[in-house]
Design a protein around this ligand. Sequence first.
Ligand SMILES: [Zn+2]
Length: 439
Amino acid sequence: MRFRALSRVALASLALLFAAGLAAQQPSLEDPPNPPLPVLHVDNGSNSAAAQRAHYVVLVSLDGFRWDYAKRDAATHLLSLGRHGVWAPDGMIPSYPSLTFPNHFTIVTGLYPEHHGLVANSFYDETRQARYAIADPKAVTDGSWYSGTPLWSLAESQGMRTACFFWPGSEAKIAGFQPTYYLKFDDKIDDNARIQQVLSWLRLPAADRPHFITLYYAEPDHEGHEFGPDAPETKAAVLKVDALIGKLKAGLDSTGLPIDLVVVSDHGMARVEGGWITLDQFADLTGFDTAGALLYGKSEQDRARVYNQLKQASSQFVVYRRKDVPAALNYSQNPRSGDPVVIATGPYALRAHAPPAARPDPPPIPGMHGYDPRKMPQMKASFFAAGPDIVEGKTVAPFENVNLYPWLAHMLGLTPPPSDGSLNVLSGTLRDGGADKGN
Ligand SMILES: [Zn+2]
């Protein structure tokens, strides 16, 4: 009895000591995530000899990180990254609409949303008679919804292994390939474990080590929506993701590998003004399919009628027949954008219909994005980058995010297909000036 009692005490003490030891010890980013994360592996073969000699690019997205947050909130790690490399102090210009999926996929394809096909987070396709929605895993993982060649598919097709710790489109087979390593989107996965996983990938043998890696954080977008862009909660989220960038940078430096770290966001955030603007109060939308404020008329007669009804209806939106949408928006060519096309003139909450009467109709959330970045500078996104391919201490004027694609491909030594972007726009930020690598 006595022995067993002592033993229990001893065991408890040991457990306490163990727990204290764990608490005192900083969880090391050098260790692989424990428990291991559900990483999916696609066998695309080994890195080619040329790929093994190539540099590395880690592309991080901080969702909804508005262009002016870093300076406003003194995000020291991001500002330091910019000082040691390049950044866009006046922001990067997202593509229209300034929404998450359209812009993430623009960043990795160099195509405007109307060309890569994700014209909104949710939309209708008349030809397929089907809907795409970011919350629908079946649509998200179906490669036939996407056009263009995302960077990971470009790299894989040219013998270079890639890994995606989340990125819109990364769970589908697009342009013939999936990333060698990827995860199903699950925002509950721990922030630090994501960094541990990225570093684990970079410790793989050279034959299997991914050279292009994406990493995604959903903050500060959540807080910007829920509390508004100027709320203390949003500032706290800004500083939280900034600290993560600091940890990631230190971890990347410790690998000794030639890694270019590129941190971007998809769009900014604006405080919503007023209540809902519901389009069916201005026009008879009978027979229209709708998605958000996108309108899909079934006949030319219907489209012309609704266009005329909405034309002079409000100063809070403008309406165009799709073919007449201003060229700067790049939103006139894809039927998935609907017809007519309604565009907010300010930070207003547009929708086609109110939810069915049985459900409550809460007011719009405090923060929103999706607007025309040329009319609303709050939509502009962030851009910071540093590494062996990037010049030190340079700033760039606002540029369209389609230009990231040829720039990232160049750093990886890949030959990109034609896109809506041009290497000329950012070539001044490259140590080699964007010259042909000759491989
Ligand atoms: Zn958002």
